[in-house]
Design a binder for this molecule. Sequence first.
Ligand code: HEC
Length: 326
Amino acid sequence: MRNYSLVNRVVIAALFLVSAMSLTIGPAAAGGGNYFPNIPLITHDGQKVHFYDDLIKDKVVVINFIYTSCPNSCPLETARLRAVQELLGERVGRDIFMYSITIDPEVDTVQVLSHYAEKFNIGPGWVFLTGKEDDIILLRKKLGLYMDEIQNGDDLDHNLTMIVGNEATGKWIKRSPFDNPQGLANLIGYDLFDGMVPRAGAKSYASVPEVSKLSRGQYLYRTRCTACHTLGLGDGLGPDLLGVVDKRDRTWLTRWLKVPDKMLAEKDPIAMKLFAQYQELAMPNLQLSDIDVAALIDYMATESRRIAMTNVETSAKDEPDNHKHH
Ligand code: HEC
């Protein structure tokens, strides 16, 4: 097992810096049969497809590149894209299509990708794809998502940027999957359609929460944790975190937030039990500083107390009603 953590750290850091960047390939890419390679690929369901003809022609699409053995950045990226998929709802698979293509096809066979899709509970309309390595490199170059210096180095990390586009209009925009999910959903579901699909009853995804007013802990929690966790709403991809600050020993919790990968590698008993319980999806090492971790613990504790108080008030209010009906 190679150590990807340094490159991951650099890539994650770079991403947060450039996440606002966007690039429009523009009309040069329209009529894309000539521009986009029609390479053969196989879906995680084992279906043979061609990139241009079957995946993007006349479609609005989201494309990113992943590899399933990537320990930290890819799971967070996939989890955040899953939030975008949820916001777009049943339009995904109908007029919006999502593709995650492996850059490590030797390891990421159809079976491996199918297991990965299952682990993240990926809904319909989002397809994981594998193919020939040379073809995939060509595709990444054509999409402007290929980084020489990383591909040729010792590390198999990759450019985490994704591209969203409308093949029919030739509008292509690079985005980071770490962008706010509501903002991404709005870009994909409305901007890319150039107002051509104002569907009846369609709601805007533009209710972007104002992050500037959030505390550090709340901001970190919203941007790094909510893709996998909830507080008091039941399990997501990971366990519900309501009351976790009281449930776990503080030293354990602090270390877990800093180096979950290390604790899993050391076979920490609590970590192993959770790992088995949650589809063997490893919690990513999110490269948090000590200050970040303290702020997050603080936020989870405060928020758990607030929710517990609200629950008490609600059940107290319900009492008289219950009696009336008896
Ligand atoms: C890609 C999904 C993912 C992300 C992002 C993620 N986690 Fe987790 N987390 C998990 C999974 C899965 C587990 C269960 C252990 C395992 O399988 O590794 C877990 C376990 C935990 C636990 C232990 C729960 C318990 O019962 O002891 C805590 C605490 C936690 N995560 C906090 C966080 C915080 C805080 C963040 C954001 C900074 C975060 N996680 C980001 C997936 C994620």
